[in-house]
Design a protein around this ligand. Sequence first.
Ligand code: ZN
Length: 103
Amino acid sequence: MLRRWDSPTPFVGGLVEHECPRCHRAVELPFGSLCRACRDEIERKAARWANAIALASTVVLAIYVTLRVPPEPIARRVGVVAVVVWFVLANMVVRRTVRELMK
Ligand SMILES: [Zn+2]
């Protein structure tokens, strides 16, 4: 819904919080955002979870590809590419999910 031009409510961009909503540390922040320390902590935890889960699932996929893909060179190369792509995508998805859940 669009805001009326003469609305008494200020724009959200003009609102300022005086403490972090997560750690309650006194800082000046735009409305709805977290302080630098909280963002760094969330990013560190998300990266740790993403690396662990992506690595574990990639190992399982690599074992499956090793056992099931025929021993032809092209099939092996496609399997290796699939494993690498799986690691990258799993890492991105888990990182994003953990980041959103921890906010
Ligand atoms: Zn904070």
